[in-house]
Every structure is written in C-alpha cells, then in structure tokens.
Design a binder for this molecule. Structure first.
Ligand SMILES: Cc1ncc(COP(=O)(O)O)c(C=O)c1O
Length: 485
C-alpha cells in the first residue's frame, strides 16, 4: 500500500492521466465535493477530500486530500526515504503560493495573483517569430552544450556594449534559465563547509542552492531604512577563510533595490582583500531599472573580472520566462567547470529558444523600444503602488529602483488576533489572511529572509493593482479595528 498527500491543484495536473484509465465517481453536496473514487481491474484508488469547516471549496488551502493506491495482488514494501540533500532543502514558497492562488482561481475564486515573479507581457513578437521560424526551418536539434556560437557571440557583444565587459564565446555558458546558471556555478565553486554570503532579503533559491552544494549560507541582514543595501562593514566582519562566494543581486528580487556604483566599489575593495572569495552577480533584472538609477556590472569594477561570475537571462527583461534561457559569463576556468556539470546534467538549452534569444539581443541597446515600453509600464505601476501604500497607516516603504516588486514592511500589523481568522503572527499569517479576506495572493517576507515584510509583484495591469490595493486596504481595517484603543 502507498499513501501520499497532495494538494487540490495536483489532482488535476498530476492525476489526470490516471483518471482517463479509471472510472471516476464524485460525491458532492451543494457546496463542496467530499470524495472522489477511482476503480479499475488492476487497482483501486480513492481520494477523500476533507473540508475543515470552511463553507466554500474556494478556500482550498484548508482542504487536504489523501491518495491511497492499493494493489489488489501481492504488495511490496518500498523504502521511501530520501537523500539528506533533498531533506536539507526547503521548497520554494513563491512557487507554493503561486500554485495555491492558481488552484483557487481554477476553483472559481476571483483571486488577484501578485505572487509570481514573471512579467505579464507577451514575448515581443519579433522574438516569438524567430522561435517560430526556427521550428519551421527545422532548427530543432541538439546545440553545442555551451550554446550556439551565434548566441554566445551575440552575448559577448551585448556584454561589451552595455556592460563594458570583455568575454570570448568560450567564457559564456548558455543554460535553461538563469536559475540553472546560478546552481551550476554554486556547485562548481563551493566545497563542503564553504560559506556562501547572501544579503537578505534574498531571492529564495540562493540559500537552498548553497545547501545543495553542501555549503553553508551566511545571511547578511539589511535594513529597509538603508534601502535594503548591504552594509560593507557587516560584510567585512563576516569574511573568513571559509568564505567562498558572495551573491549580489541588483536590481534585487524581492526589494527592487539597485546598488549604486560607489557602494559596489566599496564592496569590491573588501572582496579584493580575500583571495578565496568569488562573487556571483545576478543581473537578471538589469534592464528593468528606473532612472536616475543606473546599473553597474560588478565584474567591471577594478580587479573584479577575475573573480566574478556574471549571471543574466532573458526571462524578465524580454518577457521570456517560458523559453527557459539564461547564461553565465566568467573566467574560462570557472565557466568550463559549469559547462562540465551541464554536460552531464541537461546538455545544451533549447535550440528554438536560442534562436529567439539572438532576436532578443538584436532588438538594440537594452532591448530597444520593445523593452522600454514594458519598463515604462512597470514604472507607472510602481509609482501607483508606492503612493497608495504610502497613504496606508503603519506600512513602511523603500521605493524600488528596479525589478517589479515592492517589499513592504507590514510588521505593525503583527501580534493582532482577528475574529474568525486567528492571530496575525508574522508575514506568513498576514499573507494567508489577505488571501482569505482580500483574495489577493502575495508572498510572505520570511521566504526571502525578512519576516517584517511581504512582497507584492506588480507584473499586473494597473487596473488589477488598483483593485488589489482597495481589497488590501479594506482587509487591513479589520486588523486595526481589533487593536485595543
Ligand atoms: C533574482 C533572480 N535570479 C534568477 C532568476 C531565474 O530566472 P530564470 O531561471 O527564469 O532565467 C529569477 C527568477 O525569478 C530571479 O528572480
């Protein structure tokens, strides 16, 4: 016998192929379905849906589903233990909340989804056409592991023109998304017990990637009053012979902070004193930046080229999240090591996406007009949200200078007991409350290493953001009214 717990969204996605082969019965009443059962000659499978008192199925995070698979013939015990590596890694909360919000939306709840980290725009048509043409022209075979020479040459050209960085194509490795580029770099340079320094708030995957490499994440907290920028003195105080990798992300997910040139220079001077220390500079939001802020590539700073691994990609600026394409640029020795890992892991990225990426880089400086139209829209939305939340009592803001996130300090709402919900104890319960009460999906700050805040993604139409702010405002009134006066 095998038993597994799944959430409601996985009924549709993961179990659907099985359902086709089985007879399906749904037992329901007027408000909610209570159980599902499947049967076939070989196997019987039953799903029971437990409604924990909520009147509507729509609050699906309150539902739990148990799947039991029973073999009618002889059963075999299976060792279901997992590797310590898997057990040390936390699942991504952004993915979890996005899935939960999607499940609610599919169940008919009008959820406003502001949790996902992807642009709401379509891939610009010139890029999409290049992908379509690649398929039509039969450009559908494996490419070299490191990426096509055409794309790597175009990336070298971009890095030279836009970032002042000189690389040759053998110093570029194209991967299935910047996420893969980062993980491979961490795996390539970290040894067990090494320390990976990560300013917080951080992108959710950095500490987990360090753990996957048997390295130890060392979190360097920052303050909202300092625009979430790393204090060089704090960095200096944490460096030792185990320090192997400093991960910088500018513009930042989740805060939208952009590191000014002079602060990066100060950080570079500290880094230069530690021969073992490398820097991974995640520049994936480089083009989504609001003037007067400007982007500096860390590798362009004096003495930093030799020890910097620059990561970038196509997902954010070019609205190409589903094309899965990112890259790393760095000294040959390190990039070759990443290349070796990739050759035994996934091989080269999609041939079709690489053709599309060449077209993206052909759009002109910083993505040309197609990208600047999107950046203009992001800026308008940022301005709207900063103004709206600025008018809300008890919310602290650091105005983002890039990316498409707002990281707001809501901690003044913590510690309050709300009728019919319970205690708002931190960012996670506040997000659950806002999902229940306002039907707005946001990501708790604790996922990013800062429980005082919650993250709002403004990759959504202005009208959607206006509706979201209105709903959040109304829902927060209930929390405040619960505060004794
Ligand atoms: C800071 C940061 N780096 C890297 C990535 C990975 O991007 P992708 O794998 O889609 O290229 C993301 C995506 O959310 C991100 O926010």
């Amino acid at each position: 016998m095998a038993a597994a717990a799944v959430n409601s969204s996985s009924i549709a996605s993961k179990q659907a192929p099985i359902v086709n082969d089985y007879s399906l019965r749904i037992h329901s009443d007027s408000h909610s379905f209570r159980s599902l059962s499947f049967s076939s000659q070989l196997q019987s499978l039953s799903l029971s849906v437990k409604n924990t008192g909520s009147k509507r199925v729509s609050y699906s995070h309150e539902l739990s589903v148990v799947v039991r698979a029973e073999r009618s013939s002889d059963s075999m015990e299976v060792d279901i233990s997992l590797s310590p590596r898997v057990n040390s890694v936390k699942p991504s909360k952004t993915v979890a909340i996005t899935d939960q919000a999607t499940a609610l939306a599919q169940a008919g709840v009008p959820v406003i989804r502001l949790a996902a980290g992807e642009p709401d725009f379509d891939t610009p048509s010139v890029i999409a056409e290049a992908g379509i043409n690649a398929i039509r022209e039969g450009y559908t075979r494996y490419t070299p592991n490191a990426g096509t020479m055409e794309l790597r040459s175009a990336i070298c050209h971009k890095l030279k023109e836009e970032n002042g960085l000189s690389y040759t194509p053998d110093q570029i490795l194209v991967s299935n998304g910047a996420k893969q580029s980062i993980l491979q770099a961490v795996l390539a340079v970290c040894s067990p017990g090494d320390e990976v320094l990560i300013p917080a708030p951080f992108w959710v995957s950095y500490p987990e990637m360090a753990r996957l490499a048997d390295a130890n994440p060392v979190v360097l907290p920052t303050r909202i009053s300092e625009n979430f920028l790393l204090d060089p003195k704090l960095l200096e105080s944490k460096l030792n012979e185990k320090s192997r990798l400093l991960i910088l992300c500018s513009p930042s997910n989740p805060t939208g902070s952009v590191y000014p040139h002079n602060l990066l220079e100060e950080i570079a001077r500290i880094v230069a004193k530690h021969p073992r220390l490398l820097v991974l500079s995640d520049e994936i939001y480089e083009h989504i930046i609001y003037s007067p802020a400007t982007h500096t590539s860390f590798a362009s700073l004096p003495g930093m080229w030799d020890r910097t691994l620059t990561v970038n990609g196509f997902s954010k600026a070019f609205a190409m999240t589903g094309w899965r394409l990112g890259y790393i640029a760095g000294p040959t020795h390190f990039v070759s090591a990443c290349n070796k890992i990739q050759s035994q892991f996934t091989s080269g990225a999609s041939s079709i996406s690489q053709k599309a990426a060449v077209a993206a880089l052909g759009l002109g400086y910083a993505g040309g007009e197609a990208v600047s139209i999107m950046v203009k829209a992001f800026r308008e939305r940022r301005d709207f949200l900063v103004k709206s939340f600025g008018e809300l009592n008890g919310v602290k803001i650091s105005e983002p200078q890039g990316a498409f996130y707002l990281f707001l300090d809501f901690s003044s709402y913590y510690g309050v007991e709300v009728d019919g919900f319970g205690l708002i104890s931190g960012s996670e319960s506040l997000c659950r409350y806002l999902l229940d009460k306002a039907q707005v999906a946001l990501v708790p700050g604790d996922a990013f290493g800062d429980d005082t805040c919650i993250r709002i993604s403004y990759a959504a139409a202005l009208s959607t953001l206006q509706a979201a702010v209105e709903r959040i405002r109304k829902a927060l009134v209930h929390i405040k009214s619960a505060v004794p006066v």
